[in-house]
Ligand binder design. Structure first.
Ligand code: NAD
Length: 256
């Protein structure tokens, strides 16, 4: 039995990286997906990489705009007959010195990471309630929303807020059979992070499992939370980081 066959999903920021891998996993398992991204060229590349499958619809647009969330839900209803999964994956990663951090940088992150995720969840939940057939909502957090790190104050704040949003919406939507969870990836080898020289090697040295995650590692965790085996899990955050956030530094002069 394939629990994903025929399921209908929306995923934002998915032309590459983690979102692309989630899309691929879902399509491979027979789900139907609306793939959103801001970058039309990347969308076209993604479509080709996925083999232009019949069950893929692309939706170019800014995921921070509330109206785009609504349009995607309308598209899912028109083309697929409804919606089962909403995955708010799109997120901006802006780091920088707290003392110099600009208002425009922070605002862009708040608009996408928070407002985009919040309002996608809202329109998706309305539709799922209407269908009366339950559903799943996933937010993409980060280890920076779990532990403190230098120069990630703004980004980390948005990612911690997503964990709280899942916590709040878990009980709020449980009576409708809608589960809401969060995945918090650690360093992950996406096109964006791999453009940083030495990224994989440097992270491999400090992650207990000896390696940064692949986008597939994150996608598999997401599929668990989207599937029926997680029916009793809601309002939670699943950290996928090779054990990195479990380590607190010991004084090296005592324990080296
Ligand atoms: N890569 C990592 O190491 C890592 C770690 C922790 C958390 N995350 C989170 O995972 C998610 C995906 O990260 P990633 O590194 O795979 O992706 P990424 O940063 O490479 O971006 C993925 C896609 O999002 C699109 N995008 C950017 N702004 C958009 C917008 N306003 N609307 C729609 N699409 C937009 C980009 O065009 C891109 O194709 C993000 O929320 C990120 O914060 C990533």
């Amino acid at each position: 039995m394939n629990e994903f066959r025929g399921k209908r999903a929306i995923i934002t920021g998915a032309a590459q990286g983690i979102g692309f891998s989630i899309t691929k996993e879902l399509l491979d398992k027979g789900a139907r997906v609306i793939l959103n991204d801001l970058d039309t060229e990347l969308i076209e590349e993604a479509r080709q990489r996925l083999g232009a499958p019949e069950h893929l619809i692309t939706f170019p647009g800014d995921a921070s705009e509330q109206s785009n969330g609504r349009k995607m839900v309308e598209l899912a209803v028109a083309e697929f007959g409804g919606l089962d999964f909403a995955i708010a994956n799109a997120g901006l990663t802006e780091m920088g010195d707290f003392f110099e951090f600009s208002e425009s940088k922070l605002q862009r992150m708040l608009n996408l990471n928070l407002a985009g995720s919040f309002f996608l969840a809202q329109v998706a939940a309305r539709q799922m309630v209407l269908q009366n057939s339950g559903g799943r909502i996933l937010f993409m957090s980060s280890v920076t929303g779990v532990q403190a790190h230098l120069d990630t104050e703004g980004y980390g704040m948005t990612k911690a807020a997503l964990r709280m949003l899942a916590k709040d919406l878990g009980p709020r939507l449980a009576p409708y059979g809608i589960n809401v969870n969060c995945v918090a990836p650690g360093a992950t080898l996406t096109e964006r992070t791999l453009s940083e020289k030495g990224y994989a090697e440097a992270w491999g040295k400090v992650i207990p499992t000896g390696t940064a995650s692949t986008p597939q590692d994150i996608a598999k965790a997401c599929l668990f939370l989207l599937g029926p085996d997680s029916r009793q899990i809601t309002g939670q955050t699943l950290v996928v980081d090779g054990g990195w956030t479990n380590i607190s530094p010991l004084p090296p002069e005592l324990y080296s």
